[in-house]
Design a protein around this ligand. Structure first.
Ligand SMILES: [Zn+2]
Ligand SMILES: [Zn+2]
Length: 383
């Protein structure tokens, strides 16, 4: 952990003109090379990246392309730097910026919408209608770092001030990288879902969003909170984060068990994070009449769905893209208040120079890796 004073002292220097950044060439081909340090413009700051977490979506971007969209197409061979779950220290301010100061520790959310479309005006900037229209003569102002603009697998990144949340002194760099993941769960449960205290929740799939979904639901007063999954060690972490009940779907029928735990009624919400082929059908049988299903994971193939059951039971089904309506700020507040220990999902740490090995751990789930954090060593950087 670094104190704010240390950080201020360390960063109170003019940023260099060149930096090292991971650049995506062909699918799965990254190289650590020199790039100009980007300059912050109006409403932007330059962030010195101190730590960045690896997300399953980074693996999709690096090996397959979508959902990254660079210059209107695939992200390959365009000098693009991925990485979107980072935190760091404000290193320079764009013109007119007085909301932040050089030296402050910040963590980021991904999407700065265009600010002028219908969705952005509703606060749903992660669903910006001008998504990816930010190149050439057609710059609509949309930015999604690590998806449509350069991200955090680098020494520096430029961020819109609306994508920043302050990091308290007592929060470690590693923990701060997890704020946006908690913010994503928060967005699905509250801003989109409308969860209030006392309602019941099932989370299916103990990945990072699922586990922090359990934590956020519990912190907001949901009861009971039930977590399903296939691996006992992850279900155990879920219990530590607030799950009242866990169900190993290899040993028990999750629908039957949820029904038994809720006296035959089902729950008010299902947060689907497993991407299993039958997940939506199972969720529709776990949720009560008029209940809500938030889809936070996607199977890579189209799946068959029993629509009639959803219709007859007035079930709401919605997808979630990212962490809109400033949910990240609310998640950061819960973490600052120590309402749950997000670091329980942080399993591995690597140096920025070892990103390929860190990505291998994430892809192959070596050691049952959940969240892997990559840390910059700014002193060792050679420019
Ligand atoms: Zn992510
Ligand atoms: Zn927009």
């Amino acid at each position: 952990m670094t104190s704010a004073v240390d950080a201020r002292a360390r960063s109170n220097v003019t940023p260099p003109e060149r930096m090292r950044a991971w650049v995506l060439h062909g699918p799965g081909e990254l190289s650590f090379e020199e790039k100009p340090v980007p300059a912050p413009e109006r409403a932007e700051v330059l962030v010195r990246v101190d730590a960045v977490a690896i997300c399953a979506t980074d693996l999709d971007v690096i090996w397959h392309g979508p959902p990254a969209l660079i210059e209107g197409g695939a992200p390959f061979h365009k000098g693009f730097t991925p990485g979107h779950e980072y935190m760091g220290t404000v290193a320079a301010l764009g013109p007119g910026v007085d909301e932040y100061q050089v030296g402050e520790r910040v963590t980021v959310e991904i999407h700065a919408g265009c600010g002028q479309c219908k969705r952005c005006r509703q606060g749903m900037y992660t669903s910006c209608l001008n998504y990816g229209l930010n190149y050439g003569a057609r710059d609509k102002g949309h930015r999604a770092n690590g998806f449509t603009t350069d991200g955090g697998f680098a020494e520096y990144a430029v961020n819109n001030i609306n994508t920043l949340a302050r990091v308290p002194d007592e929060m470690s760099d590693e923990e701060a990288t997890l704020v946006v993941t908690a913010g994503t769960a928060m967005y699905g449960l509250t801003e989109l879902g409308g969860l209030v205290a006392g309602e019941s929740v099932v989370v299916t799939g103990p990945g990072p969003i699922g586990l922090l979904g359990v934590a956020v639901a519990k912190a907001l007063g949901a009861q009971p909170v039930i977590l399903t999954g296939t691996r006992d060690n992850r279900l155990e972490i879920g219990r530590k984060l607030g799950a009242d009940h866990t169900i190993n779907v290899r040993r028990e029928d999750p629908v039957e068990r949820v029904m038994a735990l809720t006296h035959g009624r089902g729950v008010d919400y299902v947060l689907e994070c497993s991407a299993a082929t039958d997940a939506l059908n199972q969720a529709a049988h776990m949720v009560n009449r008029g209940g809500r299903i938030c889809l936070a994971a996607f199977p890579h193939e189209p799946v068959m769905v029993d629509v009639a059951h959803i219709v007859r039971n007035n079930i709401y089904v919605f997808g979630i893209r990212g962490e809109g309506r400033s949910a990240t700020h609310r998640a950061a507040a819960l973490m600052q208040q120590r309402r749950f220990d997000a670091t329980l999902i942080h399993t591995h740490t690597f140096a920025m120079a070892d990103l390929p090995e860190a990505l291998r751990y994430a892809r192959e789930r070596v050691d049952d890796a959940i969240k892997i954090v990559v840390k910059s060593d700014h002193h060792a950087a050679t420019l």
